[in-house]
Design a protein around this ligand. Structure first.
Ligand code: F6P
Length: 752
């Protein structure tokens, strides 16, 4: 028998034993009383029979005053062990004859004994006796009365026996019932667990639900159930799931099948479309953001509402009176709901706490984080503002809310408090540092508590998950299950999981300029000859991207291999970012100055080795550069994932080109065929550049083919699909738990 059903039966038997004990407590005196009455009635009958038997001899002996014969008669009679004594009193109440054992105290049963006698019972110092009287008459004349005294001590002995039997019976009954209950519980628990297992495995769903509903209830959630749910959690990665090729259609199907009718809400700071006021009217653009690159195709597939900060100059012009606009422009498939922030809010929340505090805190790029109380206040208030927008947009009480990034660490808890049934998936797009580094944040506990409002908390790599678990372990009182990667805090569970983000694999049938055309176009644009060697870097202008180190590597390359001077150029596309922050302004100045210095040093010919393009480029332009460049250089000092690496691979349908990739990116954990470098090691990066520009075509093809297969398969639809599948499983699990709890409550009510 399983431990669970054994424990269940024990739980069930508790009240039953109590009930039986109460019953026994009431029954024992009742049984005592009953047996006493039976015995007394029995004694009455026996006394009467004896009196009848003695009537005739006494009728003869008394008138004759044959005292000796009466004595012999009485002595013979009292030989019966239960007959205690006999006496005869005459009509005047004088005790004429008695056996030796007759209690002197009784006399002729005159008061007080008549009153003391209750139903024939008289309590004497030597014990209780039964006393009865029978009149003796001869031809109608009253001669006196015969007093029969019988021993009652055997009744007490029998009473004790009866009590003993009742007790033994009670114990036997309890044991029998418990065995029966354990057997029934075991059988039904097995059925129940099987139904639950079926349901969790989601095959034959309706049948399993029925089975669950039909299953005998009253079994609380105990070890077995937890074990099953645990097994289920551990089995999340079923082979079927990983073998599927994820496409937008597959994602749509998943949403239809697994989250049918469920509402999807996305929250991020950066919006997927920005409207700008220009002389020619409203102009829409897509921001340079890995987050937008990843989440946008998912939203197209699942329709829903994306809540984001409306930061564009023309954003207010584009929305309806509910601050909503349908996007993408021209082919609307989901709703963008804009939230407005004042200058102070944007300063404290976005520039201050998020980008001067959390950003450097989480990236090990050796820039000191700045924490100000005023920024923290804005961060808190803006998180609440967005949480309120989520709550307002939600049409149901259990939406699926996808929270994006470090801007909203507090929002999961805020939404959880207002919508306890919501499934909240938070994805942290940047690295999570080790506990010591994170510990310098003055509001570390609040941030962790906020994030633990999530149902699922996702990071790019299991290394970041591990850091997070260790951080929580260090600073909060929680229960962490390392094997299942869950954190239990305040009675709620958060699943911490790695979901490596990716890109949407481009439509291979879509028309686009060939690689050869792109090569010529770009070289012409840059004024470079056809055979000029090009490397490309595409980043936001951010100190974490290792742009300085990249330029230094180019300088070193040309020092080491002067043959490349005038023949090699790195085009560095850098989208201006967070430019109102000093750190970013200083960084831009440093990059510009370094590029200038290197160009001066190596520009004997017409072709400077570095072309800085600090401006926004749209996806099409960037794609053209990817296809035109022999090398793509990603040298981030620290990066959650880095989607530029994956975009470059996706762009190279000619299976040519070499990717140089920093070992400190999440992407390096997947793209093993890239040339991995430590960006701090300038010589190593320079060598990698040389190796890239001289790599034989066959090797390029081999590496590129392998990486393309991986990125194609592990695309952004899989990233979203895996998260949503996990969310669907947890939602199902939550529903089952609710059902179990309500079954248990009903059953308990029935028992009580
Ligand atoms: O990398 C973190 C991140 O939020 C990305 O998701 C996004 O690509 C980038 O920063 C954008 O930053 P911002 O919104 O500040 O321009």
């Amino acid at each position: 028998m399983q431990m669970g059903s054994f424990k269940q039966s024990l739980r069930f038997m508790g009240p039953v034993v109590l009930l039986l004990a109460a019953l026994a407590y009431a029954i024992v005196p009742l049984a005592d009383n009953l047996t006493l009455r039976w015995f007394e009635r029995d004694l009455d009958v026996r006394s009467q029979m004896l009196a009848d038997a003695l009537q005739n001899p006494l009728q003869e002996y008394v008138p004759e005053r044959a005292n000796r014969k009466i004595g012999q008669l009485f002595d013979r009679a009292v030989q019966d062990e239960r007959l205690y004594a006999l006496a005869f009193c005459d009509s005047q109440g004088v005790l004429l004859h008695k056996t030796k054992s007759y209690p002197q105290l009784l006399g002729c049963m005159a008061p007080p004994w008549e009153h003391a006698m209750r139903q024939g019972r008289v309590q004497l110092p030597q014990g209780a006796v039964h006393v009865s009287e029978s009149p003796l008459k001869v031809e109608g004349q009253y001669l006196g009365k015969l007093i029969v005294v019988q021993d009652m001590s055997f009744i007490d002995r029998r009473g004790a026996d009866v009590r003993k039997y009742v007790l033994v019976m009670f114990v036997a009954l309890v044991v029998l019932m418990w065995l029966l209950a354990a057997l029934i519980t075991h059988l039904s628990w097995r059925g129940f667990m099987k139904a639950l297992g079926d349901m969790l495995r989601k095959d034959a769903k309706p049948r399993s639900v029925q089975a669950l509903q039909a299953a005998p209830s009253g079994q609380g959630v105990d070890g077995d159930l937890r074990a099953l749910l645990h097994q289920y959690t551990m089995r999340r990665r079923d082979p079927d799931e990983t073998s599927r090729m994820w496409t937008p259609e597959k994602l749509r199907m998943l949403l239809r099948e697994e989250l049918a009718g469920d509402e999807i809400l996305v929250v991020s700071n950066r919006e997927p479309y920005i409207h700008a006021r220009t002389a020619g009217g409203l102009k829409v653009s897509r921001p340079a953001s890995g987050l937008v690159t990843a989440v946008e195709p998912v939203m197209r597939a699942c329709s829903g509402t994306w809540i984001a900060h409306g930061g564009g100059s023309g954003d207010r012009d584009a929305v309806d009176r509910n601050d909503r606009v349908q996007v993408p422009p021209g082919r609307p498939s989901y709703t963008l709901r804009r939230v407005w922030l004042s200058k102070e809010e944007e300063q404290g929340f976005y520039y201050g706490f998020a980008n001067e505090g959390l950003w450097p805190l989480c990236h090990i790029a050796h820039v000191r984080p700045v924490f100000r109380s005023s920024d923290w206040t804005q961060y808190l208030e803006v998180n609440q503002k967005f949480a309120d927008a989520v709550i307002k947009e939600a049409r149901t009480d259990d939406p699926v809310v996808l929270v994006q990034d470090y801007h909203f660490a507090l929002l999961p808890r805020m939404v959880r408090d207002a919508l306890p049934k919501a499934t909240i998936l938070t994805f942290w797009h940047i690295p999570w540092p080790n506990p010591e580094s994170f510990g310098i944040c003055p509001w570390r506990e609040e941030i962790l508590e906020g994030l633990l409002g999530s149902t699922i908390l996702g990071f790019h790599t299991s290394f970041h998950c591990k850091n997070f678990l260790e951080t929580v372990d260090r600073y909060l009182e929680t229960r962490i299950e390392h094997e299942a990667s869950t954190i239990s805090y305040g009675g709620k569970l958060t699943q911490v999981e790695a979901y490596p983000i990716s890109i949407a694999w481009p439509d291979e049938t879509a028309a686009q300029p060939s690689v050869a055309e792109c090569r010529s176009m770009v070289r012409k644009e840059l004024g470079l000859p056809e055979n000029h060697i090009l490397a490309v870097g595409v980043d936001r202008l951010d100190y974490t991207k290792g742009i300085i180190e990249r330029l230094q590597a180019v300088e070193r390359l040309l020092e080491q291999y002067p043959v490349l001077i005038g023949k090699f150029t790195l085009v560095q596309i850098a989208a201006p970012s967070r430019s109102s922050l000093d750190e970013y302004q200083n960084f831009e100045t440093r990059v510009r100055m370094l590029a200038q210095r290197i160009n001066q040093r190596f520009s004997q010919g017409a072709f400077p080795p570095i072309r800085l393009k600090i401006e926004h480029h749209d996806a099409e332009q960037v794609n053209r550069y990817y296809r035109a460049a022999e090398v793509c250089v990603v040298t981030s000092l620290h990066d959650g994932m880095n989607l530029v690496a994956k975009e470059y691979i996706a762009a190279r349908d000619d299976e040519r080109g070499v990717l140089i990739l920093s070992q400190f990116t999440g992407a390096a954990r997947e793209l093993h065929e890239a040339l991995l470098v430590n960006p701090y090691h300038i010589e190593q990066s320079a060598e990698a550049l040389y190796r890239a520009v001289t790599m034989p075509e066959a090797e390029q093809r081999e590496r590129m083919r392998s990486m393309r297969a991986l990125v194609k398969d592990f695309n952004v639809y899989r990233w979203a699909g895996r998260m949503l599948l996990d969310a669907a499983r947890l939602r199902r699990r939550e529903r089952i738990m609710t059902k179990i709890h309500s079954h248990s409550r009903q059953a308990l009510r029935r028992v009580v």
